[in-house]
Design a protein around this ligand. Structure first.
Ligand SMILES: [Zn+2]
Length: 373
């Protein structure tokens, strides 16, 4: 049982499209080839020596990592450096390495949403918007008898979503005309004769990020040899994406209670904290990894506390000035949950799509680099 690397990567990119990644980031397939067969996937926060050894021992074909292996561009691959040895091991053992980093932080259902789920936050919003999807209008012309099949195909590929409504389409009956020319293989009609057919004009909206998938699906199910469709720009706001999240706890907690909850939910034994100004905490901002840049934003949006990692001394000073509490659960502590998140996502999607079953596991050897003693 196996899938191509491309098939697995496509599932990841449906969740975390590469275009959501920050400009400075490096995401995507970093070692390997899209057409390689994959029967075992290992999901990891980092690719270090221990994780590579685990991948080799488990005979993994594809590593999906959060942190990039190749971050800045390489001008050489030398085996007297750790990165060179890791790349050599990957190539020698035919292990592909794929990275979903800031695009996965930002994605709906990505790392920051996982973190918000851990705290059971309600009314979760984006803390720092970074990207807004465009919206396109798609119009196609379909013979009456195929309308249901075409509508179902394009809406299931992502067309027709408005707020909390799916399958939003409009259709109008009319008459289409065409003349099949030499070498055509028309669905109906004869070569050289003008044909008219009862058609339905089907229109809907599509996020630009899903347009390619919708058009592919349309071409696949539409009965005509040459599918007629138009794509129009639309002046309405698309879906927003961004870094960090802000939301409300179901019930207010004291700082001590919140600390206990964070330790339990993230499985972190030690936290570094800055006490908030308020006695009870209701509104929480969070950002996985290094989110101290969002201290001002969190305070401005009325958060009582920011949960993040990698807090520096002067970040803490700023938080005190703004009255914002901080829980620093560590870079590793706020991000290691991605392993389970992606494993579960892939297993669910593979089953839902009826794809061949492959083994997807979470790296066990990735322990983080910092210990508190
Ligand atoms: Zn990170």
């Amino acid at each position: 049982m196996s899938l191509s690397a491309q098939q697995v990567i496509q599932l990841i990119e449906e969740l975390a499209p590469k275009k959501l990644a920050a400009d400075w980031d490096n995401v995507g397939l970093q070692v390997g080839a899209y057409d390689q067969r994959v029967s075992k996937v290992l999901v990891t926060l980092d690719v270090n020596r221990a994780v590579m050894d685990e991948a080799i021992a488990k005979e993994v074909d594809l590593i999906i990592s959060h942190h990039p292996v190749i971050f800045k561009s390489l001008s050489e691959v030398r085996f007297d450096t750790e990165i060179g040895r890791i790349i050599r091991s990957a190539i020698k053992n035919e292990i592909n390495i794929y990275v979903a980093h800031t695009n996965y932080d930002i994605a709906k259902g990505g790392l920051n949403d996982l973190l918000a789920d851990k705290l059971d936050l309600l009314d979760v919003q984006i803390l720092q918007p970074t990207f807004e999807d465009e919206v396109k209008k798609l119009v196609t012309f379909v013979p009456e008898e195929s309308i249901d099949e075409v509508r179902e195909a394009i809406t299931s590929a992502g067309a027709g979503w408005i707020g909390n409504y799916s399958d939003c389409t409009f259709q109008m009956k009319g008459v289409g005309a065409f003349k099949p020319l030499a070498d055509s293989t028309p669905y109906l009609g004869e070569e050289g004769q003008l044909e008219s057919v009862k058609e339905v004009r089907l229109e809907t909206i599509v996020p630009a990020s899903k347009l390619k998938r919708v058009i592919n699906k349309l071409n696949k199910v539409h009965p005509y040899e040459e599918v007629a469709y138009d794509i129009y720009p639309v002046e309405i706001n698309g879906e927003s994406f961004g870094l960090g999240r802000i939301g409300k706890l179901k019930a207010s907690l004291s700082f001590v209670e919140l600390i206990a909850q964070v330790k339990k939910q993230l499985g972190v034994a030690d936290l570094r904290v800055v006490e908030p100004k308020v006695d009870t905490i209701k509104k929480i901002a969070l950002c996985s990894g290094s989110g101290a840049d969002l201290i001002k934003k969190a305070a401005f949006k009325g958060a009582d506390l920011l949960l993040t990692g990698d807090l520096k001394y002067h970040d803490a000073e700023l938080a005190v000035e703004l009255g914002l509490g901080i829980i620093d659960a560590g870079h590793y502590g706020t991000e290691i949950i991605m392993q389970k998140g992606i494993v579960e996502y892939l297993k669910t999607k593979i089953q839902e799509r009826g794809l061949e079953e492959i083994e997807v596991s979470s790296a066990k050897s990735n322990k983080g680099f910092i210990q508190i003693v």
